[in-house]
Ligand binder design. Structure first.
Ligand code: IVH
Length: 708
């Protein structure tokens, strides 16, 4: 906030803008900035206006007049800049010091029991050993990471892809639950939690928005996300956001020995923590707390979508470690989905980037748990016919027909699904539905291969839908994430033949940039600045991480997680490329999470389009996958464990090795770098000796990783 400048006299305000001198203008602009910011906050954030709308408008008009006369004096925090016209730039990026994780889900009591037994087994605990967990509501908002250094809030970032988020510091500072300063905090502390909006604030916001003819939000979560991701902090300040702290990232010292105490400490530092937080000593306690929280759900005043359980003891959390995007020591026990009945009015066929024909239900709009639903996924033809992929009946074999009454449900953020149909209300003469045998987009035959659950268009890149979907995927957020090049732009460039393959994106400037006969800046909806920005944004992505690159290729079965795993395994693009070229199946299959289906998909993708992919790779700088533990002596090494380990279970040893960047294989081969042999080691130890592979015992292993 600016400090008011008092050098000018109160009368200065009455001087006509043309008569002001430079100094008077400068100090009046400073005062106006201050006054209007205060009035804004009072009106929007505190709902306690300090002046009338007319007065407010008059001051803004005065500010604009002075600025028009002295444009060089326009302040960075000028009221004319802050309200309405948001800066064209998007948010800056912040790389999280520690990854922001998501949570695995449990849907049933058995899932929770499996979670607990899995942890006990991992840790090798005796049946009678105690093991405490915490339980707390899972807030349905969006997560935020707040970095404090020396007790001062340095920046705030959204989760983004977990590695890098958006810098929303200015917005976070407007949230009352987020302290600007902490007393007695560790020198470095990243506090993490959920930004959300209460039901009452959400209703009031929507009311205000619709009165002003503004945009209304479907639910509090969207309202919170939309408000936090505002380029203009004045708008965020006007939206009543709240924050619950429930976790932390980097911390220069341990907050406490347990989750329970750490949360209490965050509370003592001035953060809002959830009052329903409980410590649970047994799985029964956990389920009882779940039932309790579920019973209170409607009365909480904000949306929650489940209960999160976390292992209480932080030293044990560390031992369990992380999977690729989720911790092993926590799980979200989700509430059952919300449901409603409505009429199926139509079935559309969408053609995806892999050619899959996906039937989509067009529904008579209905509210499901506060959200209006008018589409639902129908998966594939088996699902519509009332059977699963192996031919077993679902919905007791009832098929779905046009005009049917269907029960839709939604769980969390996912696309709504159809749960059931009501045969008693089926219209007379309704006929079974069949997915078309030709592609509705290109007319090519649509074929269902044995073992595939969907019919696919055989048009390949001839099919406009596939080509466009692949391009959209290529530029999407988790892939190349090119600012200013979204689905809409891709479609329009594709229609005009400007961009047909990913490679074309990187030659866009050479073909449609300055000096060319046809130029992007002259296209409808574009201008000098936006064109320049797009070229710069594209240039920016000529350097891309291996995981993103692999994901962007849009190969079937290679999602974000598998792309990261492949990247982590091979490190460099060339190494991956060679392995696929050489058909190195065993090597691929040894990667956790890679199965024969993915190996086949990789092979056929490179058979069909290896040339195109290589040409694309040539145009780019693909940066090696970063291993966050690359300084460990076992990083990049292939290890084998054999015999009995006494200090940790096999699962823990494997997880630890992987977290340090090592590969763990099941059998000894020439590629093995190190064998860790406990008592009772047999043939593997002999084979290792024969092959000249180094063999160490458990003590040696612990010393190597610095834990002896
Ligand atoms: S803990 C280390 N606790 O749920 C684990 N997450 O589905 C980090 N969430 O990304 C998350 N309430 O945005 C945790 N009490 C809670 C939560 C919570 C909501 C969100 C969070 C996370 C997502 C995972």
């Amino acid at each position: 906030m600016t400090t008011p400048t008092d050098t000018n006299t109160p009368e200065a305000r009455d001087i006509a803008p043309e008569a002001l001198d430079r100094d008077q203008a400068q100090s009046e602009l400073a005062r106006l900035a201050e006054t209007l910011a205060t009035a804004n906050a009072a009106y929007h954030r505190d709902d306690a206006p300090v002046m009338s709308d007319a007065e407010f408008d008059a001051l803004r008009a005065r500010n604009a007049e002075i600025e028009a006369r002295f444009p060089e004096l326009i302040r960075p925090d000028s009221p004319s800049r802050q309200i309405g016209a948001a800066p064209a730039e998007g948010f800056g990026k912040i790389r999280h010091a520690r990854r922001m994780l998501s949570l695995a889900n449990a849907f049933t009591d058995e899932d929770v029991a499996d979670f607990v037994t899995g942890i006990r087994r991992f840790l090798g605990l005796a049946p009678e050993a105690a093991l405490a967990f915490t339980a707390e509501p899972k807030i349905d908002g969006l997560s935020l990471s707040l970095r404090y250094e020396g007790g001062k809030l340095i920046h705030a970032a959204t989760r983004g892809d977990g590695e890098t988020g958006e810098d929303v510091s200015a917005n976070a500072r407007t949230i009352a639950d987020i302290p600007d300063r902490l007393e007695g905090a560790p020198e470095i502390l990243e506090v993490r939690g959920e930004v959300y909006m209460s039901h009452a604030d959400f209703a009031a916001l929507n009311q205000r928005q619709s009165e002003r003819g503004g945009k209304t939000f479907a639910n509090p979560r969207n309202a919170a996300a939309g408000s936090l991701r505002q380029l203009d902090p004045a708008i965020t300040a006007a939206r009543p956001l709240r924050f619950f702290a429930y976790a932390w990232g980097e911390s220069s010292e341990r907050l406490a020995p347990t989750q329970t105490e750490a949360i209490a400490r965050l509370g003592a530092l001035g953060f809002a923590t959830n009052p329903r937080f409980r410590r649970c000593d047994t799985p029964d306690d956990m389920l009882a707390t779940y039932a309790e929280i579920e019973a209170q759900r409607a009365a909480l005043g904000y949306d929650i979508d489940g209960v999160v359980y976390k292992l209480d003891e932080l030293a044990l959390q560390d031992r369990l470690g992380l999977r690729s995007t989720t911790p092993r020591w926590a799980i979200a026990h989700k509430f059952p989905a919300e449901r409603a009945w409505t009429v199926l009015e139509g079935i559309d066929i969408q053609v995806g980037r892999t050619g899959a024909l996906s039937p989509v239900a067009r529904l008579r709009p209905v509210t499901v748990g506060g959200v209006v639903v008018s589409n639902a996924t129908l998966h594939n033809e088996d699902y519509i016919a009332g059977r699963d992929s192996r031919g077993a009946p679902i919905r007791e074999g009832r098929d779905i027909r046009l005009g049917d009454w269907v029960e839709v449900y939604r769980a969390g953020d996912v696309i709504p699904k159809i749960r059931d149909i009501d045969l008693t209300r089926r219209p007379q003469g309704a006929a079974p539905y069949h997915v078309p045998e030709t592609c509705p987009e290109c007319g090519s035959p649509a074929i269902r291969e044995p073992g595939d659950s969907v019919r696919r268009c055989t048009g390949g890149l001839v099919c406009p839908a596939q080509a466009v979907e692949r391009l959209k995927h290529f530029v999407s957020r988790a892939a190349f994430d090119i600012e200013g090049l979204g689905a809409k732009q891709v479609e329009s460039f594709w229609r005009d033949g400007w961009v047909q393959t990913p490679r074309d994106i990187f030659t866009l400037e050479a073909r449609f940039g300055p000096g060319q006969p046809r130029q992007l800046k002259n296209r409808e909806g574009w201008g000098e600045t936006s064109a320049r920005k797009l070229f710069a944004a594209i240039d920016d992505k000529r350097r891309i991480g291996l995981a993103r690159f692999l994901f962007a290729l849009g190969i079937r079965h290679v999602g974000e997680t598998s792309a990261s795993m492949l990247a982590a395994h091979y490190g460099r693009w060339e190494a991956f490329r060679e392995a696929v070229e050489a058909g190195a199946e065993d090597d691929l299959l040894a990667i956790d999470g890679v199965g024969p289906v993915m190996v086949r998909a990789l092979r056929s993708a490179f058979e069909a389009e290896g040339g195109e992919i290589d040409a694309l790779a040539e145009m780019l700088e693909i940066t090696p996958a970063e291993s966050r533990a690359s300084d460990s002596p076992v990083a990049g090494k292939t290890l084998v464990f054999t015999g009995t380990l006494e200090r940790m279970t096999r699962a823990e040893a494997k997880a630890r090795a992987e977290s340090l960047g090592a590969k763990v294989a099941g059998s000894v081969s020439a590629k093995t770098d190190l064998l860790i042999a406990g008592p009772g080691a047999g043939s593997k130890a002999k084979k290792a000796t024969d092959l000249g592979v180094e063999v160490i015992d458990e003590e040696g292993w612990l010393r190597l990783i610095g834990e002896a």
